[in-house]
Design a protein around this ligand. Structure first.
Ligand SMILES: *Cc1c(COP(=O)(O)O)cnc(C)c1O
Length: 386
């Protein structure tokens, strides 16, 4: 039986009879050293060398020109949307299948999310659905995209790279360019994922990453915004540090700002984790290979990167043949101490988004009933060559 066989395979792969979590962090580098350095220096808060070092490391790793560290992936999205020009009563296009933070960030700007369908292959925003929505519902007036039905400005599109798998971001960006809609990439889950040589998060006007406890690298809580636009980068840094005008001792704030800066303590942890990310990705891709092999020839579809793109395989996913078989799989594996999880509820299923605009969510609904995430932590024994 599939679920029982899978429990056995997970126990072999993770070499334990104990509970196997979905995703646990691994600290095998200089985490303690960097944290102690913060404590010894007393620079634990919003100013310190690790914040600067982290921003430089993120630029180096992703190829983005500028990066600004912030308190988490949600605040990163909030500020990136504001930077892209999202204002109250605007509309923001996004996939219906995503973590709630994507939609909440638009709401924090006073804007309304518009939920579109995803592709079965990448799980990400469907370029065809995007084109259909923009062609049939919207028109460009001057340099703005207007939703003809509501009369509102569509001021951003937020594609998401689900579970680390790059979505069809090149098509999404080119369609959005045609309709004058800025793209903000929610790359919270895809640090280390690329299409060709170009890193996810660097296709849009701005991109955001998360360092939450369950992500590929973590600093407890944290996030980062990347962009190639120096004016946007400068504004993002300013507004996330309470929009305080630089002065040795006087307090003057030039506009409504936010206290969204990442503390040096968290940045220290993130720097140490980023030193390990190449090894983590190698380790995760090996695990994905083992899973692919295990599910081959069974009645299950293992979610793989699309050819031409390289996923970080942050969270492995399988598609079961039916909702009933999914529920059976969840029940058997979780009762056996191997954690598995269904994908998020679609955004329009949540109370605060039940009246939001939605357009043809067939694939999202199909995936939502069948997809299960399976244990995907870095295996430290493999990492350390034990
Ligand atoms: C984790 C995540 C976020 C938010 O990041 P936090 O650091 O938890 O605030 C946003 N979008 C997606 C798709 C995520 O997975």
């Amino acid at each position: 039986m599939l679920a029982r066989d899978f429990v056995g395979e997970a126990r072999r792969l993770f070499e334990t009879d104990d509970f196997i979590p979905l995703h646990a962090p691994v600290f095998v580098g200089r985490e303690k050293e960097f944290l102690m350095d913060c404590v010894d220096s007393t620079f634990v808060s919003s100013v310190g060398k690790f914040v600067d070092r982290l921003e430089a490391m993120v630029c180096e790793f992703t190829g983005a020109k500028y990066s600004v560290a912030v308190s988490n992936g949600t605040t990163a999205l909030h500020i990136a949307l504001l930077a892209a020009g999202v204002k109250s009563s605007n509309e923001v296009i996004m996939p219906a299948l995503t973590f709630v933070a994507t939609a909440n960030a638009a709401s924090y700007c006073g804007a309304d999310p518009v939920f579109l369908d995803v592709e079965r292959e990448t799980l990400g925003l469907c370029p065809m659905a995007l084109r259909k929505f923009l062609e049939e519902q919207c028109e460009v007036r001057g340099d703005k995209c207007i939703n003809r039905q509501t009369g509102n400005v569509v001021s951003a599109c937020v594609p998401v790279h689900i579970f680390g798998h790059p979505c069809g971001i090149e098509e999404v960006v080119s369609i959005c360019d045609e309709f004058s809609v800025p793209v903000v990439e929610d790359a919270a889950e895809s640090l280390g994922s690329k299409i060709g040589q170009k890193h996810t998060g660097t296709y849009g006007q701005l991109g955001t990453f998360s360092f939450n406890g369950n992500k590929i690298v973590t600093c407890g809580g944290g996030g980062v915004i990347v962009t190639d636009d120096s004016d946007l980068a400068e504004w993002v840094k300013h507004v996330t540090t309470t929009a305080k005008a630089p002065h040795p001792y006087k307090y003057f704030h030039t506009e409504l700002g936010y206290n969204y800066r990442l503390p040096n303590l968290n940045a220290a942890l993130a720097c140490a984790q980023l030193e390990s990310i190449d090894n983590f990705i190698y380790n995760k891709r090996e695990l994905a290979d083992r899973y692919r092999h295990f599910f081959d020839g069974r009645s299950v579809d293992f979610v793989e990167e699309r050819s031409g793109s390289a996923s970080n395989y942050w969270l492995n996913a399988i598609i079961l043949p039916s909702e009933k078989e999914r529920d059976k799989f969840l029940e058997t594996t979780n009762s056996a101490g191997v954690m598995t999880r269904p994908v998020w509820e679609l955004m329009p299923q949540l109370p605060m988004y039940q009246h939001a605009q939605c357009y043809g969510l067939e694939n999202a609904e199909w995936i939502q009933k069948r997809l299960v995430n399976i244990p995907s932590s870095v295996r430290p024994k493999e990492l350390l060559g034990l």
